[in-house]
Design a protein around this ligand. Structure first.
Ligand code: ZN
Length: 156
């Protein structure tokens, strides 16, 4: 009897809980990236010594190892370098989103970002497709940079 009651309680709790997506938990070196994203700005690090951009964030330039850099606004345009379409639900919060596209987008400035392609059916996403950043306000104070087809992003 007791066991049954416990089981029922657990089940009802599971049903009541709406699974939430895991939120970004920035490492110290990526805090400026997420603060800019909150303001719908895409910034990445640019080396003051060699002038190259890089991503993901790190404390020194991966090209010349200088630790002198500036967080620099970028165009937000790029192209799909590679992508996969997820059909399986790996986290309950993503159940309503399958199928969705996880992609490496190569920015016009060079670096590649791991992101989602949105605003387009997954089956028509192609490599080299021009895309532009859009910001998904997942909750107050947290916006995630994603990418949409350049045409659609320009229209909206
Ligand atoms: Zn450098």
């Amino acid at each position: 009897m007791t066991d049954t009651a416990v089981t029922e309680t657990k089940n009802s709790e599971t049903k009541k809980t709406d699974a939430k997506k895991p939120l970004p938990r920035p490492a110290p070196e990526s805090v400026p990236y997420w603060e800019a994203a909150r303001e719908h700005r895409l910034v990445i690090q640019r080396c003051n010594a060699c002038g190259k951009f890089w991503f993901p964030p790190s404390r020194s330039c991966p090209h010349c190892l200088a630790a002198d850099f500036a967080w620099t606004p970028v165009s937000g345009t790029g192209k799909v370098f590679s992508f996969v379409t997820f059909h399986r639900v790996y986290h309950p919060a993503f159940a309503k989103e399958v199928p969705y596209v996880v992609a490496l987008v190569e920015l016009a400035e060079g670096p590649r970002l791991l992101t989602n392609i949105v605003g387009i059916k997954p089956e028509v996403v192609t490599c080299d497709m021009p895309v532009k950043v859009v910001f998904d306000d997942v909750e107050p104070g947290v916006s995630v940079p994603k990418f949409a087809p350049l045409d659609a992003a320009t229209k909206s």
